[in-house]
Each structure stands twice: as C-alpha cells, then as structure tokens.
Design a protein around this ligand. Structure first.
Ligand code: AP5
Length: 233
C-alpha cells in the first residue's frame, strides 16, 4: 500500500452494485488520502438507529431493498459535505444512485465546491467497480461487519481471525438486515434500473474509470490507487 499523500484528491465517486466492494475500497482510499468516506447507506442506517424523522421514513424502504426517495437525501448529504474534513476531498460511497441525485450533485459541486478558494475544488472522478452477479450474492450473504469500528468481513472470503469477532476491537460482528437473499434481489434490480443510467451519464462526460471488482481486494485497491494517483487537485 502506498503512503498517505499530503495533497487533496477532490471528490471521488465510487459506483457499483451492492456487494461490489465500494465500502471496502472506500475505507482504504480514506485512510490513504486522509479524506472522509461518505456512505449514504451508513448515514441512513445511523438515522434508522436513532429513529430520527428521516430514519423512520427510510427504515421500511431499506429493509425491502428499495431506494430512499431522492428529496429525503439531499439535506443529509449537503450537511455532511459542508463539514470541514471534506475540504481536501471526499469519497462518495453509494451516492448518487439516480439521475436526479446525479443532477443535484453536479449543481451542488458547481455552487459550493467549485469556489476556487476551497482546496477540494476539482472535478469528481467516478470509479465503477463491477462484479459478476453470482459472486455478488455470495459476498452479500457472507458479509459481516463490526458495529464499533465499521470494518467489513466475509465469512467465506475474508473471515475474521476469531469466529464472529472483530480483529481490531473484539466486538461481536453483525449481519446487515438487508443482506437476506430476497432483499438482495430487490437491491440488485434497483441498481440495474436506476443506477446503471447514472454510470452512462458520467460516461458521456468522460469521467468514468472501470475497475474489475472480481479480483482480490488488494488487487482492486492497486488498480484504484493507480487511477487516483494522477487525479489530485
Ligand atoms: P448501501 O449501504 O450503500 O449498500 P449497497 O450499495 O447495497 O452496497 P453494499 O454496502 O451492500 O456493498 P459494497 O459495494 O459497499 O460492498 P462491501 O465493500 O461491503 O445502501 C443500503 C440501502 O440504503 C440501499 O439499499 C437504499 O435503501 C439506501 N440508500 C443508500 N444510499 C442511497 C441513495 N443514494 N439513494 C437512495 N437510497 C439509498 O463488500 C461486500 C462483501 O464483499 C464484504 O463481505 C466484503 O468483505 C466482500 N468483498 C469486498 N471486496 C471483495 C473482493 N474484491 N473480493 C472478495 N470479497 C470482497
């Protein structure tokens, strides 16, 4: 793994179907470049956990594998992007996921981040991670994560050293509520129908770099770092 760099990276958008490895790779990029991972899934799960008005509206939709309506997300994402740690860049993991969200983000970046006085002001790079359907199913049904530090495991592919316990802090690992086969199918359908067109949209602007997400985790990271290396602001 390369060293942490001191320059800003600007916005990085990670796209790919559920289970492609967005969260896994986002954590590595965040650590390497010292910029935050912004996962709309994690932010929403936190709202659900705290039973906020947003969480109450999102809970059932998420449990069924659907997408939370666009307009419910904008305030949450804007609030997060305005935090000071985003000034040198940030990684969007799971956002945008619809044409509406992509349009909103473009407008937001134009108005707020493309203020040249901000160091993180540069065009986003979109990394598309793609993986075969059957591999996605096995990744998602085997996924476990640490409720304390967020580290992601897989009982088949990346098991913890001690069964069901986090290597880092020993917490008992948990299974996500939407990692059940019938819900996974809905999530994959939502991705094909609503999110694939977003990749096409960025593709037409020449911003997409495709990475083979079927490779082992370290190799996927290498490919991503190679692409990001020349991208800094
Ligand atoms: P979200 O939390 O974003 O879930 P997702 O997009 O379905 O993606 P996942 O987190 O399931 O997968 P990932 O690609 O991050 O894979 P991971 O690295 O964990 O969204 C959840 C829900 O929130 C949505 O369904 C929706 O309801 C709502 N939501 C969120 N954002 C929204 C938005 N913008 N608009 C509307 N609604 C929204 O890896 C998966 C497993 O594979 C792990 O076990 C990992 O260890 C393993 N693995 C990873 N990489 C590899 C590899 N290279 N080789 C082998 N195993 C690997």
């Amino acid at each position: 793994m390369a060293e942490v760099t001191s320059h800003g990276l600007g916005p990085v958008i990670l796209m790919g179907p559920p289970g492609a490895g967005k969260g896994t790779q986002a954590k590595r990029i965040a650590e390497h470049y010292c910029i935050p991972q912004i996962s709309t899934g994690d932010l929403l799960r936190d709202h659900v956990c705290r039973a906020t008005p947003l969480g109450l509206q999102a809970k059932d939709i998420m449990a069924q594998g659907g997408l939370v309506p666009d307009e419910l997300l904008y305030g949450m994402v804007a609030e997060r992007l305005r935090e000071a740690d985003c000034d040198r860049g940030f990684i969007l993991d799971g956002f945008p996921r619809t044409a509406g969200q992509a349009g909103w983000l473009d407008e937001y970046l134009k108005q707020e981040l493309f203020d040249k006085s901000k160091p993180g002001a540069c065009l986003p790079i979109v990394i598309q991670i793609d993986v075969d359907y059957n591999e996605l199913l096995s990744r998602l049904t085997g996924r476990r994560s640490c409720p304390a530090c967020g580290r992601i495991y897989n009982v088949h592919l990346q098991p913890p050293r001690v069964d069901e316990l986090c290597d880092v802090d020993g917490s008992k690992l948990v299974t996500r509520n939407d990692d059940r086969e019938e819900v996974i199918r809905e999530r994959l359908q939502a991705y094909e129908k609503l999110t694939r067109p977003v990749i096409d949209y960025y593709g037409r602007q020449g911003r997409v770099v495709a990475v083979d997400g079927g490779l082992p985790v370290d190799q996927v990271s290498e490919l991503i770092f190679r692409e990001l290396h020349g991208h800094g602001c």
